[in-house]
Design a protein around this ligand. Sequence first.
Ligand SMILES: Nc1ncnc2c1ncn2[C@@H]1O[C@H](COP(=O)(O)OP(=O)(O)OP(=O)(O)O)[C@@H](O)[C@H]1O
Length: 563
Amino acid sequence: MDYLLHILVMVALYAILAGSFNLLIGFSGLFALSHAAFFGVGAYTTAILTTGYGLPFPWPLLIGIGLAALVGLAIGLPALRVGGEYLVIITLALQIIAVAVMLNWTALTGGTQGIGGIPRIVVAGVALDTAGRFLPMAAGVAALSLWAAWRLGASPFGRALRAMRENEAAAQAVGKNVVAMKLIVFAVSAGIASVAGGLYAHYIAFVSAISFTIETTIYILAMVILGGTGNLAGSVLGAAILVVLPELLKFVDLPADIADKLRQVLYGVILIVMLRLRPEGLLPEHDAKRARVPPGLGEDGLGDLAPSAAADGKVTVEGRDLMKSFGGIVAVRDFSIDLQRGRIIGLIGPNGAGKTTAFNLLTGFLKPNAGTVRFRDAVISGRAPHDIVRAGMARSFQDLKLFRKMTVLDNVRVALPRQKGDGLFHVYFLPWIVRAEERANLGRAMAVLRFVGLEGQAGELAENLSYAEEKLLVIARLLATGAEVLLFDEPLSGLDPGTMEGIFPIIRRLAEQGKTICIIEHNLDVIRGLCDWAVFLDEGRKIAEGTPETLIADPVLAERYFK
Ligand SMILES: Nc1ncnc2c1ncn2[C@@H]1O[C@H](COP(=O)(O)OP(=O)(O)OP(=O)(O)O)[C@@H](O)[C@H]1O
């Protein structure tokens, strides 16, 4: 009986670890390999503070959360600023260093001997010194920890994490500060993992480095993958299966060292088999289900997402003498452009002329080697892309970069500006404000979808849309940012003339409402039918500008480009 209860305690502890790891791997797409180290930080903090300083439960556990979160932040900062593979390498290094510290800082950690004699948790005068007595505590704290993870995942912040996982550049392009988001989720995940460590120390009454090695990280990883990435119930299931399964090996008469090796082989095999046959895990991500959207939501028009200023032709964006080179290639040189409120400017030129690079320079995705960008009289060149979106200038991408595994509605909802639910404080401490905001944002998102004619598809996954609908969703997502300046990278390419004609009035209406619009386009019919002004780029330079008619009639341009 005690043996069974012990297994249940271990399932509860590993459910905490798998759930918190899932926040990183599943919800955020951050492949870190240091989870056992954070488990260890929690365990050693509890061991040291209880045996060395006599601090009673729950203080060591709480201090462990803070410490693990801080270590997570310190490690995350250099790793998360750069790409995914660096995160794997840096966190793997952290994992190895952490175990080396546990083994070698003998004065603090007891070295290879570990730390024993950790006092039991005492509740109402009863020491939780058996599996049966400890189980309610383990189950309760596990439920609380998983609730904390779930709350984060189900919040607007969680939606933004999934958007970041789907496409980081697109998440930035809807105003999300992806570096801050990664740091926050890294710290929360590390903090929750440390809770399992604190409980484990009290439960076993002994800690040693052997419990927190890379093998343990892989063990937890196998739980997450087996259960289902992005699904916390899956993590609990994965933990239950992988805690119980090795126990079954004990009933087979094998020498201990062989059984141990067999167990590790088993985790590896489970990882490979799952990734090959069912990469979504036993319980696939809950969010991948289609959303049900209540009918009749959303007004006609953009509501507060439309600009309040008139379409008065005033210059809102000024690019001056911009230059960008990549090694020997000068993609853009001496490039100046004015964008005006209520006007549609076309950016045209042959393939490789530098049009997309110009967009990247205007919107902060690239830093210019020279030149400045001013927006509403403030210099914005050098600022981060999400910051420029929040200031009021947003862009789309030629390759769409939709959040394909998210619903049409969520593609738009995630882009809405100034969401309180994007912050941890509101998510955990003012949930009623987030709920009210979510209700309002559902209406705002539906209004945007109605504006582009996609309200009927709101509950669909973006990956199920037709190409024309995808293009409309790109427009809707851009509008949802509420930005005053909209830069469209080939919004109509690949569409048949009939569909294009349908999108023209949408873009025109936006200009009439006072948006400043710039469009990269190859199709002359679009330029002629839609743009008030056109700027011609070739080999990175602006070689002409004027009304579409004058440019198209220009014999030199006609020779080089308009055949
Ligand atoms: N990140 C990069 N690294 C190296 N070279 C780049 C990079 N981005 C663009 N270039 C080069 O800069 C030049 C301009 O590219 P850009 O994509 O801006 O052109 P474009 O006018 O948008 O072309 P297209 O119409 O084909 O999209 C090209 O020669 C391209 O190969």
